[in-house]
Design a protein. Structure first.
Ligand SMILES: *[C@@H]1O[C@H](CO)[C@@H](O)[C@H](O)[C@H]1NC(C)=O
Ligand SMILES: [Fe+2]
Length: 448
């Protein structure tokens, strides 16, 4: 057999095994697949930037339903202007934003620019350039204004050979928005690694909105020397915390809508206060209370440290946050919660308060982007009944919200260099499930 045929046969076999295991929902599966060791960190040398004004590390993020923030970095001073239009080489529109920079111990960042462009048409390709620099043209496609809608979801990226493999598979997906539950660059205090990470992800992150929340690797606090957490993350990856129906006021947690409001995405912050009386908890209550589930078919949440986890790695780290917030999510009938942190894949049944519950969210750990710390392959034994599938491999997830009642979740293992669908499940909207909405005209989160 030729290699592609064998790979395809293998893919079909795994798919068949997965599909066969689906109807027996009570069957907990620990995949026997064992991954090769971590791959080396890539060296991404700096492009020559002779004039100091060549934009690099370009990425975009959604601001409301019809605007986009463009962020980029130049070595020297350059105008914070984005020029754009729907034809390559022609830029009839422009917007000017602002510039910032930061120092970290002996490191001085480049000039970090961002500008918000729009209103933009949905499902449309726009061409743009930054700082009026003619040497690099970029393009992106705006997300659709209605369902269906396609997300890619993956956390704990890093910048290794495995990251590269994951990024290639994501590039092959025809997705609308990427959701990242934290741990981006694994710069780990070495600030130039934020720059190399920015260059690594630019081809994808300049072409589709990348929306994220923070992980522990974003904190980068150094006692006395750098007492302020999230310095690089907040400067480089600014999210729309001041936009939308419930602005949070913090880059560390926020929410946004897609598909004309059919899907509401809640980005939670594992590494900022979330307990009783915290600003985050107050905001979350307000945010979920404002969601009209008659209009919003799906609500999904992202968080870094998983609230449900049967891997030995990071066991119990999400417990305090779960205790503070689980009731709110349950009350709002949040459909799914995606976490990172644990470098492996795990999917749970619908769960509430530690038990299977048909009105609770599906919990997924997707911290398997490919970072240099390698995989977390030690699991709690026996596998808890609420854990439906777990496997320590790198990969990425895709959530396709097909219509107002159905979303298809698939997990794509890197399987060396071929992407293979190794787990899949249909997630149905809890808002459309009468059994979960008895005695409720309007879903009202507990505690209001
Ligand atoms: C929604 O999608 C599911 C899965 O494809 C399908 O079975 C169902 O009939 C669809 N619902 C409507 C209203 O089209
Ligand atoms: Fe982490």
């Amino acid at each position: 057999m030729t290699t592609p045929t064998r790979a395809m046969a293998l893919a079909l076999l795994v798919l068949a095994a997965t599909v066969l295991s689906l109807p027996t929902a009570s069957l907990a599966v620990t995949s026997p697949y064992v991954r090769p060791p971590p791959r080396e960190t890539l060296s991404l040398f700096k492009d020559d930037d002779a004039d100091g004004q060549t934009p690099e590390q370009v990425h975009i993020s959604m601001v409301g339903l019809d605007k986009m923030r463009v962020s980029w970095i130049t070595d020297d001073d350059a105008p914070a202007i984005v020029e754009y239009g729907t034809t390559s080489g022609q830029y009839p529109f422009s917007a000017t934003g602002s510039t910032t920079s930061y120092k970290y111990v002996f490191y001085h960042s480049g000039k970090i620019h961002d500008a918000v462009i729009g209103p933009l048409q949905p499902s449309t390709t726009y061409y743009y350039r930054c700082s009026s620099n003619p040497s690099r043209e970029f393009s992106f496609r705006t997300p659709p204004a209605t369902l269906p809608f396609k997300f890619v979801i993956v956390g704990d990226f890093g910048q290794t050979g495995w990251t590269d493999s994951t990024l290639k598979h994501i590039a092959d997906a025809d997705y609308d928005v990427l959701l990242l539950p934290g741990d981006l660059s694994y710069a780990d205090f070495i600030q130039s690694r934020w720059d190399s990470y920015g260059r690594l992800v630019e081809p994808l992150a300049s072409a589709r909105p990348w929306m994220m929340t923070e992980g522990n690797h974003e904190i980068e606090k150094l006692p006395l020397v750098e007492p302020k957490p999230f310095k690089a993350y907040n400067a480089r990856w600014r999210m729309p915390y001041d936009a939308g129906a419930s602005p949070s006021g913090s880059n560390l947690y926020y929410s946004f809508d897609v598909a004309g409001g059919a899907v509401h995405v809640v980005m939670l912050g594992s590494y900022t206060d979330y307990g009783a009386g915290s600003a985050q908890l107050r905001w979350l209550r307000r945010d979920l209370a404002a969601v009209d589930r008659g209009r919003t078919a799906f609500v999904v949440a992202l968080v870094h440290a998983p609230w449900y986890n049967s891997n030995e790695a990071h066991q119990g780290e999400g417990d305090a946050m779960r205790a503070a917030m689980e009731d709110l999510l349950y009350g709002a009938r949040v459909d799914a919660v995606f976490a990172g942190h644990v470098h492996a894949y795990e999917r749970f049944a619908r769960v509430y308060n530690g038990k299977a519950d048909p009105c609770g969210p599906v919990y997924v750990t997707i911290g398997d982007g490919g970072n240099r710390e390698g995989l977390a392959d030690k699991y709690v034994d026996p596998q808890p009944a609420i854990s439906a599938f777990r496997e320590a491999s790198f990969g990425h997830g895709r959530l396709e919200v097909v219509n107002a009642t159905h979303a298809l979740w698939t997990w794509h293992r890197n399987d060396d260099d071929e992407p293979v669908v190794a787990d899949q499940v249909w997630i149905t909207s809890l808002a459309a499930n009468p059994a979960c909405n008895k005695n409720k005209n309007k879903i009202c989160p507990l505690g209001l």
